[in-house]
Ligand binder design. Structure first.
Ligand code: HEM
Length: 502
């Protein structure tokens, strides 16, 4: 009876009720915050990673098996064509599961919302306007390099990972948010931090399973992430307000594209869509910055490891820019540079798996393989390291795709590109090269990323000598899923006299 009295008093009296809730929830919150802080520390001290070795993934001698664990399945590369556009295997559900897009702070990718789907539209619209982006991207690269790599003709050291993050964040911001903020270190740092905290928050949250809806309120990484969204608002709102005032009465639309901030605002206005401009910008930065800076880091490191490519690349850039000026046509004519980018991505893509999808219904593949409803499917990208597809596949050959393009010109039946020709330029996708995914969800930002990377590399190659301070330290790493260059790698650079005036 006494126990019943205590319980019933607690439930009816607000003071007791509050104390009761606090006595249960405070230890849980304390545990979440302390426990996870400790876990984060342990994780950062000993990241579970090992050297990435493409030779160990060569499946030319034996076919890779279908791997099943729990309700996850990894399908071998040979299923690429069959699953890429399947309506039963949902890209959206895969996104929500991997990226926890319904959690506050992480919601910028929540499907169906304006700030998520506008990223696709922006990437597509700006891919059609690449010509107009070349001058601002080139000017911005020149500014960044002068300010950060300096005109010093003596060797000096910089962090490879950090400098590529800052460069790509500045270039991306130049096109997506505009001139006012792209050189503002506080905005740039906040956009970079958003991506870092988002990645950490997703990793931590996945460990909580059904407790995610509660845990995210207390985990330090999630709180830091929401802090980034709050910190970003004054920047975006200030610039957007100024832009709206300036464009009042001028009309908007395709022809007025200056940067994505104004363009997106115009699209929202035309469609009567209410949206969160800060989440949109952070969503764009999330899609564009770490992916492209990872690519740049790997290309620069690969060129340091294959310095015999540097002079031929400089010669190609000089000849092409002399003939075509700074134009979209010039970028397309840089075939060796294109080949080096594609070869770098072939050997070291972002991840060893792609096409993350969830089965909405039970699926039976053409060979009878069953995928139960609710299974999360991923596709192995192992054709990229398969020596029956790419001879000597584990070896970096910067000329590989340039040579294949030459051969393909002479034959009507391309095979490496996936059959029927094509598939050999940096931005093309095929079952044999899925660095940008494959099928209808393949990366829409790849044309922008390709142009941005080429422009940045032209400036770096012609204006600087560069080498790794310690080659071994820059080696590629993996955690079994993602592939990256060691973040501790340092670059030595010195200014040289460029042969063409940029
Ligand atoms: C080198 C740089 C980049 C790499 C390696 C990369 C890679 C990828 C990959 C592998 C996918 C998944 C495709 C799939 O599951 O089929 C993807 C999707 C996506 N990427 Fe990229 N990406 C890069 C740059 C960019 C940029 C610059 C943007 C934006 C402007 C962007 C926007 C997107 C979007 C919106 C999606 C989702 C596609 C969808 O919703 O259907 N990416 N990217």
């Amino acid at each position: 009876m006494a126990v019943f009295d205590v319980i019933s008093t607690s439930l009816t009296d607000p003071l007791h009720l509050t104390l009761g809730i606090l006595s249960v929830s405070l230890p849980v919150i304390w545990h979440l915050r302390r426990g996870k802080q400790k876990q984060a520390q342990t994780q950062s001290n000993a990241p579970p990673s090992w050297p990435f070795d493409p030779a160990s993934l060569d499946r030319s001698k034996y076919e890779s098996p279908i791997l099943t664990f729990g309700n996850n399945m990894i399908l071998p590369n040979r299923y690429a064509h069959e699953i890429r556009n399947s309506e039963l295997l949902s890209f959206r559900d895969g996104l929500e599961k991997d990226f926890l897009t319904t959690v506050p702070g992480l919601e910028a990718m929540f499907t169906g919302t304006f700030h998520n789907h506008i990223v696709w539209d922006t990437a597509s619209a700006f891919s059609r306007k690449l010509g107009a982006l070349i001058e601002p991207l080139s000017t911005e690269t020149a500014t960044f390099l002068r300010d950060n790599w300096s005109d010093d003709t003596e060797w000096h050291a910089i962090s490879l990972d950090e400098t590529m993050h800052l460069l790509i964040a500045q270039l991306t911001a130049r096109i997506f948010i505009g001139e006012e903020l792209c050189r503002d270190r506080d905005w740039i740092q906040n956009a970079i931090s958003y991506t870092a905290h988002r990645t950490a928050a997703m990793k931590e949250l996945h460990a909580y399973g059904r407790l995610i809806p509660l845990a995210h309120w207390f985990l330090p990484s999630c709180r830091a992430l929401r802090g980034c969204v709050r910190a970003g608002r004054p920047f975006v709102e200030r610039v957007l307000e100024a832009r709206r005032t300036a464009t009042q009465g001028n009309g908007k639309g395709e022809d007025k594209i200056v940067d994505a901030l104004s363009w997106i605002d115009g699209v929202a206005d035309e469609n009567g869509a209410k949206y969160d401009a800060t989440l949109t910008q952070l969503r764009l930065a999330y899609a564009a910055v770490h992916t492209t800076s990872d690519m740049m880091t790997k290309v620069v490191a690969s060129l340091c490891e294959h310095e015999e490519l540097v002079q031929p690349l400089r010669k190609e850039i000089m000849a092409v820019v002399k003939e075509h000026g700074w134009s979209e046509a010039a970028l397309a004519k840089m075939v060796l540079l294109d080949s080096v980018l594609k070869e770098t991505q072939r050997l070291e893509p972002l991840a060893s798996f792609t096409l993350s999808r969830i089965a909405r219904e039970p699926v039976i593949l053409n060979d009878g393989t069953r995928i139960p409803k609710g299974t999360q499917v991923r596709l192995a990208t192992d054709n990229m390291w398969n020596s029956s597809v790419y001879p000597d596949a584990a070896k970096f050959d910067g000329h590989r795709f340039a040579k294949l393009r030459e051969q393909e010109k002479d034959s009507s039946t391309g095979t490496v590109g996936g059959g029927g020709g094509g598939g050999l330029s940096f931005v093309s996708v095929s079952p044999n090269h899925m660095g940008f995914g494959y099928g209808k969800h393949a990366c829409p930002g790849r044309f922008f990323a390709g142009a941005e990377t080429k422009i940045a590399m032209c400036h770096i190659l012609l204006k600087y000598d560069f080498e790794l301070l310690d080659g071994a330290l820059a080696a590629a790493q993996t955690d079994g899923m993602m592939i990256w260059r060691d973040k501790r790698a340092m670059l030595r650079v010195r200014r040289r006299e460029e042969e063409v005036d940029f």
